[in-house]
Design a protein around this ligand. Sequence first.
Ligand SMILES: Cc1ncc(COP(=O)(O)O)c(C=O)c1O
Length: 356
Amino acid sequence: MRHKHSDYMHWSKTRSRARFNLATSGVAAFPLRELPVDLEELEINGDNSYGYAPLQSAIARHHDVDPECVVEAAGTSMANHLAMASIVEPNDEVLIEHPAYGPILDVARYLGAKVKRFSRREENDWAVDPSEIRRSVTANTRLIVITNLHNPTSVHTPDSVLREIGDIASNVGALVLVDEVYLDAVHEGTARTSFHLGPEFLVTSSLTKVYGVSGLRCGWILAHPDIARKIQRLNDLYAATAVYPGELLSVAAFKHLSLLRERACLIVEADRKLLHEFLAQQPALSAVKTDWGTTSFVRLRNGNADVFLNRLRDNFETSVVPGRFFEMPDHFRIGMGVSTEMFAEGLSRIGHALSA
Ligand SMILES: Cc1ncc(COP(=O)(O)O)c(C=O)c1O
């Protein structure tokens, strides 16, 4: 039986919400009324067979790549699916980080890949260790997958490490897929996309997490033109064309990206300050602190996080993401960037739940 579902996605859609919702990964919604856009110019139908040219160009400019390398997709979810499906054949080996964002594993399994893992360890600040990848690859490895920033920890992987992974991949004829949906959450000195590091890199991203416009589903893949064309042809089987009004609004979002980003940055950084103060006072919790990113992965030093999280939800109306969705049941993920008032109250309730 093929794997045909994502437990995390189902939980996220049906169980993650609470009055104090810290189970988020994206920032506060950016309202349409604050986007400088002329709604008279909105249209329902238009020329977008293999992408809407102004959006392709906006994405290409954002990353300083050729528009030929850009494939539009419905969010990073569809971008990851298309990228993997166009590369991976059943029984190919796919090497995926641990802990990982669940749907990436789910898609690889759905495609019939042999999923192998490499560890990012807390005692090593969740860094990727290329020597472990080197030991794990074989002639059957087709793809190595990492997220940068890492979900759930928000740890950044530098270009030097990515280059090493690229070399390991090209030695066995594999590619490296880097999901960069959180990379622009690095608000100062943001790294260039790893797509520039070499022909073995393939990148996915979207405007859904860092910019507050998830509803536009504006996602994309950066791939070398031959792979990009293959992905476009595959997308004919899934989505045919994108939602044209969504593409028009996405172009407007790109035009005002710094406005969207600044707004998000203020909330995320205020939340991060609160989180660091909170963790400093909580001996029951530990976390690798990061300077950037919208999530933090917290360890409950003693005890079962599931029991604690049920109590947190039932008695304190607060939700976070259980670590079991990242195959680490003594952890949980906290999301920043939605509302500092809600975040502060959520943290305070986690504190009360811990002492209850
Ligand atoms: C690492 C990662 N990739 C992809 C996605 C899906 O993003 P999108 O909403 O753009 O489909 C998420 C969402 O949480 C994510 O954390």
